[in-house]
Design a protein around this ligand. Structure first.
Ligand code: F6P
Length: 523
């Protein structure tokens, strides 16, 4: 089993520290552009369906070269190959990490594939074919007007983000709803507009034990029966790795996936069913093809021309040397309104760790906080802080060249705004009046798609998955478990029991006081 070396224990690490102290922290991008006529060309990177301008970032060729040395010293390439080959690199759960197999064309073998791969790939394609055939049936079933996805975390964020992002490609005769919150307001509000005979419920849960999803699924089943609905098999479908549990709930129409697909990496599996219904079989296959094209780029391009690698290295540079604590994500496309929420789970659940694969405690920081909103809206809200706040917060823009709407003038404005923000952040504007002074030299990355389509979205999402892998690999952590979410779940269960019994013994003062308050009916 290959284990990467922690980057803070490699030889290039102190060299990078020295480089940062001597030169890196003094780098002024404005001067760097004057000194290096090819800076834009050098820090431009094309990858399948995606272009990125990395030149408005606080690095130069020397810092980049040292970061590439760091990547080599940790064994990034061997770790990447081990992931693609199906080795159990998720060591705390002893699982392979094979979301890339979900988008691998049938019959393609990779060097080093573990022996189970051919069977796994055959299973992937037979489930995919069945899931897509079902999606096509639903699309042509005119009695189904509403599709309700019930799921949370990776069983919600991916399909929700993608169905919204690809609304131009969506079948117009159906509405799509996403219920994730256990707060009954959400489900109640959705159910109010529905008729049982016209609704398809998709219960999406990798484990089929997630408390929020199980509660919402039971409530939806109860509502369906109360409305006179009888054909549960025709109106409820379950997506899970735990098909036994789906049957225990009375759901017999099911599509499975496998424990080697992480929840936050599962959009490409049966969890993508709402998306497949929305954009159809061909669209879903194009999405997979976009992801696969990015996989091939990540797997085969030299590190220095590898977009996920360059982004991941920049993430490490910013987090561990500049000490930047967050990354703002701003898509300049209104349909990408769930993109930041999706990336939050991808990055923070993957890399929000402080213990390395070998169990040792890291000496360096890991995941930045990810946050954001569509760009134009952000400009009129939190961009003030990006331009003039006391903290430097790197910005990552996604811009789309071609609009899919016919309204004249809008797209040029959107793109000019995206570009102007990166320009303003870097160039700044000197003023003797401190209130009007823009310090500039603030970093941003611009990711550009020609159009927002299933293919380009697939490439973009795979790019983000792989850049998270790169920084996680350098930090030497397991990016594929999420033990940090468990304690809260256990305590919530315990508090529900105490709620019934009134037993406050052993609770801390605040929790006991609040539980006592909550047990008293509100007036
Ligand atoms: O609690 C965290 C988590 O396990 C995520 O990793 C996952 O995406 C989400 O819950 C939902 O899990 P499931 O798909 O098993 O319901």
């Amino acid at each position: 089993m290959f284990m990467p070396l922690r980057c803070d224990q490699t030889t290039p690490w102190p060299l990078l520290q020295a480089h940062y102290a001597d030169r890196g922290r003094h780098l002024d991008m404005r001067r760097a552009f004057e000194q290096d006529a090819d800076r834009f060309a050098h820090f431009s990177q094309s990858a399948p369906h995606v272009f990125a301008d990395l030149s408005k970032n606080l690095w130069d060729r020397d810092s980049e070269a040292l970061l590439l040395d760091l990547a080599r010293a940790t064994g990034l390439e061997a770790h990447r190959n081990a992931m693609f080959a199906g080795e159990a690199i998720n060591t705390t759960e002893n699982r392979a990490v094979l979301h890339t197999l979900l988008r691998r064309p049938a019959n393609v073998a990779l060097p080093g594939d573990v022996p189970e791969t051919a069977q796994r790939l055959a299973d992937v394609h037979s489930t995919l074919n069945a899931m897509l055939a079902f999606a096509e049936e639903v699309r042509s079933d005119t009695t189904i007007t509403d599709v309700v996805n019930i799921g949370i975390g990776g069983s919600d964020l991916g399909p929700h983000m993608a169905v919204r992002a690809l609304e131009e490609f969506r079948i117009p005769s159906k509405r799509f709803h996403f219920v994730s919150n256990v707060d009954g307001h959400e489900l109640h509000h959705v159910l109010q507009g529905l008729k049982a005979e016209n609704t398809l419920f998709i219960i999406a849960s990798k484990t089929f034990t997630t408390a929020e999803t199980m509660m919402n699924a039971r409530s939806a089943l109860a509502w369906f029966t109360a409305q006179g609905g009888q054909d549960v098999a025709g109106h409820f479908v379950a997506l899970s790795t735990n098909l036994e549990a789906t049957r225990a709930l009375g759901i017999t129409t099911t599509f499975g996936f496998w424990d080697w697909v992480g929840g936050r990496y599962s959009l490409w599996s049966a969890i993508g069913l709402p998306m497949a219904i929305a954009i159809g079989e061909q669209g879903f296959r194009e999405f997979l093809a976009g992801g696969h094209a990015m996989d091939e780029h990540f797997r085969t391009a030299p590190l220095a021309q590898n977009l996920p690698v360059r982004l991941g290295l920049l993430d490490v540079w910013y987090r561990n040397f500049y000490g930047f604590t967050s990354r703002c994500v701003a898509p300049y496309h209104a349909s990408m309104c769930r993109y930041a929420a999706y990336l939050q789970q991808l990055e923070m659940e993957s890399n929000g760790k402080r213990v390395a694969l070998d169990g040792s405690t890291l000496t360096c920081a890991t995941s930045p906080a990810i946050w954001g909103e569509p760009g134009t809206n952000g400009q009129h809200a939190f961009f003030q802080m990006l331009h003039q706040g006391a903290d430097v917060l790197p910005l990552e823009i996604v811009a789309v060249r071609k609009a899919s709407h016919p309204l004249p003038g809008h797209q040029q404005k959107v793109l000019a705004n995206a570009l102007a923000q990166t320009q303003a952040l870097m160039v700044g504007k000197a003023s003797d009046d401190g209130h009007r002074h823009f310090p500039g030299n603030r970093p941003s990355t611009l990711i550009l798609l020609d159009a927002l389509t299933p293919t380009t979205l697939g490439a973009l999402i795979a790019l983000q998955e792989h850049r998270v892998f790169v920084s996680g690999s350098l930090w030497g952590i397991n990016s594929f478990d999420q033990w940090g979410v468990e304690l809260g779940k256990v305590l919530a269960k315990d508090l529900e029991t105490r709620w019934e019994s009134g037993d406050l013994a052993g609770l801390d003062g605040s929790t006991a006081g609040l539980l006592q308050m909550l047990r008293t009916p509100a007036v």
